[in-house]
Design a protein around this ligand. Structure first.
Ligand code: SAH
Ligand code: MG
Length: 210
């Protein structure tokens, strides 16, 4: 893909400052995918966390006059729980539970994207059960268990319109680099014949709905 418009400086600064796991190069690639997808329809991400990826997508949606729906129960994945590898003590609330929603809201406000990024607080598959709006993009970056990742693919990939984008994060062809489920979902999407790869950046994959 060719590089298009660049992200507004304020949004880029807010994305870089937000808590999260996405390297800047992947975020900018996500912005590029979002620009392309936003011409087709609204964007949706599974896995809001503290808003970092939502800002890259939000900047793309804002430029096109569309929106990003960002789904998360905001209680963190298995690996974010106390004692686990990706736990962050700043994200624990007064009840001792992980709560990323206040961080998400703050990050989206700092990026000036409150009218563009719509938070949906709940489980991904429960949200999909009543969903019917066709989408320009589905970005899968939620639970990383096989059941969660496959469930997200089954629930959401069908909403990607022709010419739209299915993006998947944490795709590691080499098992030494990370867990299997996102890679398995990526292979499943390619094998379905409904998607073709248009972007590779780090562990981010962009697939176009054919
Ligand atoms: N996209 C974010 C990171 C997401 S981390 C970024 O790059 O900045 C994964 C998130 O998925 C966690 O916040 C976790 O709470 C959420 N999650 C895991 N399983 C989920 C499910 N079944 N439904 C909704 N959210 C889920
Ligand atoms: Mg991720």
């Amino acid at each position: 893909m060719t590089a298009g418009a660049t992200m507004p400086v304020a949004a880029l600064a807010a994305a870089r400052a937000a808590i999260g796991f996405m390297p800047d190069a992947e975020g900018l690639a996500l912005f590029e995918l979002g620009r392309r997808a936003a011409a087709i329809g609204p964007l949706l991400e599974i896995g809001s966390y503290c808003g970092k990826s939502a800002i890259y997508l939000g900047a793309a949606a804002q430029a096109a006059g569309t929106r990003v729906f960002s789904i998360d129960h905001h209680r963190g994945s298995e690996e974010n729980q106390p004692g686990e590898q990706y736990h962050d003590a700043r994200l624990v609330d007064s009840q001792g539970l992980v709560d990323t929603l206040p961080w998400f809201r703050r990050a989206i406000a700092e990026a000036g994207l409150e009218d563009t990024v719509v938070a949906i607080v709940g489980r991904s598959t429960a949200t999909a059960a009543d969903w019917s709006t066709p989408l320009g993009m589905v970005f899968i970056d939620g639970g990383h268990s096989e059941a969660a990742a496959q469930g997200d693919y089954e629930a959401w990939s069908r909403f990607v319109m022709p010419g739209g984008i299915l993006a998947i994060h944490d795709v590691f062809p080499d098992p030494a680099d990370g867990g299997r489920p996102p890679y398995n979902v990526y292979l499943r999407a390619i094998d379905s014949g409904r998607f073709r790869e248009v972007l590779v950046e780090g562990s981010l994959r962009g697939l176009e709905r054919v």
